[in-house]
Design a protein around this ligand. Sequence first.
Ligand SMILES: Cc1cc2nc3c(=O)[nH]c(=O)nc-3n(C[C@H](O)[C@H](O)[C@H](O)COP(=O)(O)OP(=O)(O)OC[C@H]3O[C@@H](n4cnc5c(N)ncnc54)[C@H](O)[C@@H]3O)c2cc1C
Length: 493
Amino acid sequence: MAKTATKKVVVVGAGMGGLCAAIRLAAAGLSVTLVEAQPTPGGKMRAVASDAGPVDAGPTVLTLRAVFEAVFAAAGERLEDHLTLIPQPILARHWWPDGSQLDLFTDPAQSAAAIEGWAGPKAAQQFLRFNALSAQLYQAFEAPVMLSDRPRLGGILANTLSSPALWSTLRPQQTLARQLAQSFTDPRLRQLFGRYATYVGGAPNRSPAVLALIWQAEAQGVWAVQGGMHALARALAGVADRLGVAQLYDTSVEKIAQKAGRVARVILSDGRALGCDAVVFNGDPAALEQGLLGADVQRAIPRAAVHPRSLSAWVWSFAAEPKGADLIHHNVFFNANPADEFGPIAQGKMPQDATLYVCAQDRALGPATGLQRFEIILNAPAKTTLCPHEVLECRAKTFSPLAKFGLTFSPQPPDTALMTPQGFATRFPASQGALYGRSPHGALASFQRPTARTRLRGLYLAGGGAHPGAGVPMAALSGKHAAEAILNDLTLA
Ligand SMILES: Cc1cc2nc3c(=O)[nH]c(=O)nc-3n(C[C@H](O)[C@H](O)[C@H](O)COP(=O)(O)OP(=O)(O)OC[C@H]3O[C@@H](n4cnc5c(N)ncnc54)[C@H](O)[C@@H]3O)c2cc1C
């Protein structure tokens, strides 16, 4: 470690991947500067002001708690000394236009009992088989993919060849939608478990069947963060501060420059140059490929590592008094037919009829009254333009269907409460509004995503656009992979 002690690293971006990389590098004794374009840490994990206090405008579902405990532990701290995580007894409440409603739980037997009461014993048996398949997939992919610095085909094969039940999920043409059609007779359960593809920015009919393992991440438990998800980012920034990470907010890195074939310095928006031995880029990797960080790093990753793009979203964040539906923390209001959502999205259009996710932020501890905070998310295609009547159309496609479910909000949020794909495209340079990096569509998607090491010595990636992919825990793991790669490479240099 002594050899790395005087080494300087610049981390570009205080999103989850950047924060986690900065903490691990500083904990290992390196001199770390974190540069963030926005005024606060968190990136997509952000909050906006409302009459009921800060309301989440990004991620809301926290899974894989152990990943975050490990980050605090790497800094010699304990998560519970910084954050209160509230386990959610019901993972999510699901609603359908036919009036049916289903809660799912961490305990598979409890979920199966709920499904049996709702759709009969055959559906419950099918759920238990699917749950077992998903658990096996999770186990088979955890070590060689999520916990590995890059997807290891040998490890995947070793873990799956001995499990015949998994073989069908690995067939190149086997999409998640096809797998679910084989697993479930009830179309509502196909729709419910297909939705997990959207967690990483894919459509169920174009994403590989292995994404069935995402259900297992949620089945292991869902936590609400007291004070909102952005409290996690603030806590991590505090830990980084205590470790001596210099944090520059409201400051962009405009250029990453190389010398003699390795990263040498970054140029900041205020004109300063910071010399460094390594750079972790936590922005969308597409920004490198598009030349936004200068010609020196443009060829650091191949185009196929960032194209095609994943899904975007329309996101309402607001405070209002709700009426009508018995909401819990996480609620999903399904549309009648998934094709009416994913068909138009594939053509770059707004869904004819959208599935609506409603986070009732103030219901983490149970029912609430009066003015409460909400985040509502609709899946969207990645795009950089705003159509003339888009906000009006999105309002109609959000609040009219919810009213049919009996759920109304008073007052309805103003137009300014809506974040559009174009808004995301502006906020996250080169993303084109895509929220999860490269699209997960296609059998080889996880092998095409960029890894922490790039083609340029000294330049590393962390974040949802890099291996092992999108979602808060995966972005946190990408920060670990980047830090380990740097510590390893600088020790050997
Ligand atoms: C609406 C929404 C809902 C979501 N829901 C969930 C969920 O429920 N559960 C879940 O696990 N995940 C969810 N996700 C995904 C999750 O939020 C992301 O995968 C994760 O937060 C991405 O982290 P990241 O490390 O890629 O950094 P990002 O959040 O992408 O942040 C990158 C940071 O880098 C900064 N930056 C970029 N370029 C520069 C530069 N040149 N100079 C300085 N700074 C720069 C940006 O300003 C930004 O702050 C959701 C995402 C969104 C948007």
